[in-house]
Each structure stands twice: as structure tokens, then as C-alpha cells.
Design a protein around this ligand. Structure first.
Ligand code: X5A
Ligand code: ZN
Length: 629
């Protein structure tokens, strides 16, 4: 990997200045460059850099961003007298021309491109260009805000062309919005433009609506323009760091830039008359350091604004020192962003949520959905559970009539389906992982739900019925494995591979249903490998809430945890606990170990013997294994 830091500077860029009285422009002085350069010398940073000469940007290069008409206008200012210069300057917002402006503007473009070439060729790893005039406000047909040619925008277009780059990140930490850069790349997803700027609800120059956080880019470029508007002055180190942590850096790491261009204005630093912000020079060391971790360290910093000579030159030094890989200085101040900063950050993040995964998945996806008949009971559900309104009646009718022409005629049956279908639909479409639905006719709605599953294309559904719910199902083809957990002691009962009755009498004092779950239900379920599970809970249950919770918890290992729990309305008091279990609360405490009753132990044994040929996960002895193979 390349090492070394380029520094690009030429005295000649100090050869233009404001010739008349104009309080808006008089801060942009040649001393900005001189004092920065002197300070680099004083800190012995200059001698540690690789010096690259400047050159003029060519007309062709300038026209990567600007029109030839505009280029001709700027060119024509070389030979103008003061009066003519004033007139041309007056055609633009916050601009002054001097006979040397054109020459310096060409050098500023060329210096920036020399820097890009030094980094892209591997001559150095990173670098800084100290240039005047700045560039980020200038536009295709206009000078603006002391800027003549858009050095950084030209550099990005140049790097795309010359080096075939596909992703360039432009970080504009100048305190003004680089609207010129935004306009150039608005529709271009290959250039991600990030700018924070003093905004004050559009009361600060350049007073543009499109500087706000909701300007996210256009067309193919949506998501590739990030504006962080500061609505208060006095933003400091912690506000800038927070914007980096919570907006720029996550997106930049997801973007994976191949080159970083920094529109490196220091009017965002403490003491600056334009910015009125509070960030200390050390802050720029940290900002630089973070950006150096991207794009293989390929970073080009290009001077934009910065009007407090001391603050400017110290901040330039901090940037160069960091590029040279010196240890980072301590950052001062209480590390807490202010409310207004956090508001802006929140707004940008929200505006960009549709475009960046790192912002999208910050809220965990809804795991559990619930639909219950009485919405008044909704408060019983854990807050993470999404409460569903039942499906709209027409939608439901269409769906039902497609699958069951008879059912659609029965009003009561139809009603009982609403909740179940609404939740099942969400699960099948993977909008939620699992869900719970109350039904007035659990048998009808479960039967229908199963039809809907197969219509959707599922292969195997495990259906566990707890309590009295009669399902009329065709169980021969193995698409459904039906397991009834009941308390009726049916002596004459034949268990088949896909229809199993487990007679389980819960012992009031002892919570030992886990014997049945581990010894029988789970091995069978794992052998079956369902792609959805439906647990139906009806009246006359032989299982209490603890048993049901345990079952629900442990079954989540199957079918990507896709479980639909259908609860008959008589059993509504279970909703809260089941919803908790589904949303991830661990199974309830089972108390001290107690062996299962003799009847229960025998029942498990009997079922194991009957079914271990079919469901091989039931084997737990060598004898089982031999007899089964
Ligand atoms: C490059 C830059 C600022 C122009 C301010 C005009 N321009 N009020 O910082
Ligand atoms: Zn600025």
C-alpha cells in the first residue's frame, strides 16, 4: 500500500484579492493561504510531506463541470479594469473578480487534479491541496460564494474518467452548503456527497430550500446526497462527531468508496466569523482519522473556506498531521451532542432510511403480530408485538371464495377467519416471524388456514392441537402432521404416522410437560421438518399456560420459527403469555424437578414404541436403533 502525504501549494494563488469595498467578500484574503502554509512550516509538517507542483487545469478539465460560455466569461476577466470587474462580480452572489482570478482558479483546479493523480498513481497515500479560490459553491454557469471553478466536483468527474472509479465519496465539512457540488451529482449514484452546514431553518446563506435534510438526491442518485443542516450556531466537537458516527460513517462504510475527496473548509471551526461554530482544531484531526479508514486510505483534502486565520491554520495543521499518521490529539469538551444537533441527525437518518441498510435495520423487524377480537385487550400484549387489524372484508371474501366456495356463504365462519387469515398472511409473506390470532371458531379457521398454506406453496405444516378442537382433515399425504394433546383416555385409538394423539394429563403440582416435549413432540417434529407450525388452543385443555409456553418456546427451533397460534375465544386469557413467549421471553420457571406421573410416562413410552420406525429422531437406545433400521 502506498505511503506518504502530498502537499500541494503555490504562492501564485495568493496573487488575487478584493480591490474594492465589499463587506461580504472581504474575509476571503490571500493571507488565508500564507498563514496556513507558514504554520505547516512552523510545526515541521511541511518537510515531512511530498511536494507536488501545481499546474493549470485545462479547459477540457474545467468543462467536466462548467459550460464553455461560463469559462469564457471567467477568462474575459483577466483583462478587465476595476469597473468592469465590479460589474461582472455583481452578476453573481458573493463573488469578486481580480485580473489574476482566472489564472489562480485554473491553478486551483490543476492543484486538485495533481493531488488526485498523486494519490491514484500510488505516489502517495493521501494529501492536501491548499488552494484559492475555493470551489464548492460554483456551478455549471455561475461563480458563487468566493468560488469560481468547482475544484472538487471537477476532481470527482476527472477521477471517474481517468481512473474508471465507480464510487467516490465527497465529504464537505466546510460550514457552508456546497450546493454547487450537490447540483453536479444530484442524479449520480457514483458520487456520494455529504455536507453539514449552518442552516438555521434556511435563514443562513445561501438560503436554499435544497440544503435541508430532505434533499436526498434525485432519480438514480436518490440516497447519494446527505445534508446535515445545523439549525443553531455553536455546534462543537461532540456535534460533529455525532454526525460522523450516526450519519456519515455508517453510510460511507456501506457505500465502500474507492476515493475520498474532502471539501476541506475550516469556517466550521471555532472562532470563524462566518460559521459561529465551536469545533476545535483537534476535531479535524479526528474527522480526518475516521475518513482515513475508508477507501484504502486514499484521501484528498482540498481547501475551501476558513476565515479566522489562526483557527484556519491550526486546523489545516491538524489535518496534515493526521494524514501523516501522527498520534491523534485528545478531543476536548463534554462529549454530548446538543438537542438541535440530535434533531438534525435524526431527520437525516429518517430521510435516508429507504436507501441505506445501516439505517433501515436500526429498529429490529417486528417479530410477532397479534390479532384479537376485542381491541380493548390490546394493552395486554407486550409492546414489541404489532397489533393487527383483521383483514378487510372484501379482501377476505375474495381469498376465501377462491379456496372454499361453501365457506364464503357462512357469515359466522367468515368472521372467525378474519384474524387468523390476517396473521397467517403476514407470516407467509415473511412480514412477521410469528403471530397469534383469536378466533370464535378455531376449527373452521384452522382448517381454512391449512388450505391457505398449501395454496401458498408450503410442503409440510405441523399442527398441534391443545384441547377440544375438531379438525376435519385429510391426513394421508403427509402435508399435515396433526398432533392432538388431549386428556380423553381413548383406549381404542390408532395412531398413524401423520395423526398422533398424545394423552397428557397435566399434573397440577408438577410441571413436567417437558418430558413429553423432549421425549416425544420435539423428536417427531424435528424428524418431520415442517415449514410452518400451527398451534391451536381450544377448551377443555389438559395443558396449562406453562406447558403451552414451553411447547411454543422449544418449537421455535423449527420452520425458521414460523408459528401461528390460533386461540379459541374462550381461552383468551392465554393471549398475553403466548404473545410474550412468541416475542422471545424465555420459558417460565418450571420449579423443582418432579418426575411425571406413571400414566404419563407410560403414554410417552407407548407412543415412542409405536412411532419410532416412522420418526427416527425418537431413537435413544441401541435397541431402538437396531429394531428400527
Ligand atoms: C467557500 C466559502 C462562503 C461564502 C459566504 C458568503 N464561501 N456570504 O466558504
Ligand atoms: Zn464556507
Amino acid at each position: 500500500m502506498a505511503s506518504g502525504t502530498a502537499l500541494i501549494y503555490d504562492d501564485e494563488m495568493t496573487s488575487y484579492k478584493l480591490l474594492w469595498d465589499n463587506p461580504e467578500c472581504d474575509i476571503e484574503v490571500p493571507e488565508r493561504l500564507l498563514s496556513s502554509y507558514e504554520q505547516l512550516k512552523r510545526y515541521h509538517l511541511l518537510e515531512r510531506c511530498v511536494h507536488v507542483p501545481v499546474r493549470e487545469g485545462t479547459e477540457e478539465e474545467i468543462m467536466l463541470v462548467h459550460s464553455s460560455e461560463y469559462l469564457e466569461v471567467v477568462k474575459s476577466t483577466q483583462t478587465m479594469n476595476e469597473e468592469e470587474l465590479r460589474r461582472v462580480s455583481g452578476n453573481y452572489d458573493a463573488v469578486y473578480f481580480h485580473p489574476n482570478t482566472y489564472r489562480c482558479a485554473k491553478l486551483a483546479v490543476g492543484a486538485t487534479l495533481q493531488l488526485v493523480d498523486s494519490v491514484m498513481s500510488g505516489k502517495v497515500c493521501n494529501g492536501m491541496a491548499l488552494v484559492r479560490p475555493p470551489g464548492h459553491h460554483s456551478q455549471r454557469n455561475a461563480a458563487n460564494g468566493f468560488c469560481v471553478f468547482n475544484n472538487v466536483a471537477i476532481a470527482a468527474q476527472y477521477a471517474k474518467r481517468r481512473y474508471g472509479l465507480q464510487r467516490i465519496l465527497i465529504v464537505d465539512w466546510d460550514v457552508h452548503h456546497g450546493q454547487g457540488i450537490q447540483y453536479v451529482f444530484e442524479e449520480d449514484p457514483s458520487v456520494l456527497y455529504y455536507s453539514w452546514h449552518r442552516y438555521e431553518h434556511q435563514q443562513f446563506w445561501p438560503l436554499l430550500r435544497e440544503s435541508d435534510y430532505d434533499a436526498v438526491g434525485q432519480g438514480k442518485g436518490k440516497g447519494f446526497n446527505l445534508n446535515v443542516p445545523w439549525n443553531k450556531v455553536g455546534m462543537g466537537n461532540s456535534d460533529y462527531l455525532a454526525a460522523f458516527f450516526h450519519v456519515l460513517l455508517p453510510v460511507a462504510f456501506e457505500f465502500v468508496p474507492e476515493l475520498i475527496l474532502v471539501s476541506s473548509g475550516y469556517d466550521s471551526g471555532i472562532g470563524d466569523p462566518e460559521g459561529q461554530m465551536n469545533a476545535t482544531p483537534e476535531c479535524f484531526a479526528h474527522l480526518t482519522h475516521f475518513l482515513m479508514q475508508l477507501a484504502n486510505g486514499r484521501l484528498c483534502a482540498v481547501l475551501e473556506g476558513g476565515y479566522h486565520l489562526k483557527s484556519l491554520s491550526e486546523s489545516v495543521c491538524m489535518t496534515v498531521k493526521t494524514l501523516l499518521r501522527d498520534p491523534l490529539p485528545q478531543i476536548s469538551g463534554e462529549m454530548a451532542p446538543c438537542l438541535s444537533a440530535v434533531e438534525s441527525i435524526q431527520n437525516v437518518r429518517a430521510a435516508h432510511k429507504p436507501y441505506w441498510k445501516c439505517l433501515m435495520y436500526e429498529v429490529p423487524p417486528v417479530k410477532t403480530a397479534a390479532a384479537i377480537v376485542s381491541k380493548a385487550d390490546a394493552h395486554l400484549l407486550p409492546i414489541s408485538v404489532q397489533v393487527e387489524m383483521e383483514m378487510n372484508a372484501q379482501e377476505l371474501k375474495t381469498l376465501v371464495s377462491a379456496l372454499d366456495a361453501e365457506l364464503v356463504k357462512e357469515e359466522r365462519a367468515l368472521l372467525s377467519l378474519q384474524n387468523v387469515v390476517a396473521i397467517l398472511d403476514k407470516i407467509l409473506k415473511k412480514k412477521v416471524c410469528n403471530g397469534i390470532a383469536e378466533s370464535s371458531l378455531a376449527s373452521v379457521s384452522t382448517t381454512f388456514a391449512l388450505k391457505h398454506c398449501f395454496d401458498f406453496g408450503l410442503q409440510r405444516v405441523l399442527c398441534i392441537v391443545v384441547g377440544d378442537v375438531d379438525l376435519e382433515l385429510d391426513l394421508d399425504d403427509g402435508k399435515i402432521l396433526l398432533m392432538n394433546i388431549c386428556q380423553k383416555q381413548q383406549t381404542e385409538k390408532t395412531n398413524s404416522k401423520y395423526h398422533i394423539s398424545l394423552n397428557w394429563r397435566e399434573d397440577a403440582e408438577r410441571n413436567n410437560f417437558f418430558c413429553a416435549v423432549l421425549g416425544f413432540i420435539l423428536p417427531v417434529a424435528y424428524s418431520y421438518q415442517p415449514d410452518l407450525m400451527i398451534i391451536v388452543i381450544g377448551p377443555n385443555r389438559s395443558l396449562g399456560i406453562n406447558g403451552i409456553s414451553l411447547l411454543t418456546c422449544l418449537l421455535q427451533g423449527l420452520a425458521e420459527s414460523r408459528i401461528l397460534v390460533v386461540i379459541q375465544d374462550t381461552e383468551i386469557k392465554l393471549v398475553q403469555s403466548v404473545a410474550k413467549t412468541l416475542s422471545g421471553v424465555p420459558a417460565p420457571d418450571f420449579g423443582a424437578y418432579a418426575p411425571a406421573s406413571q400414566e404419563n410416562v407410560l403414554e410417552i413410552k407407548r407412543l415412542r414404541n409405536q412411532l419410532q420406525q416412522e420418526w427416527k429422531m425418537l431413537r435413544c437406545s441401541v435397541r431402538d436403533w437396531i429394531s428400527g433400521s
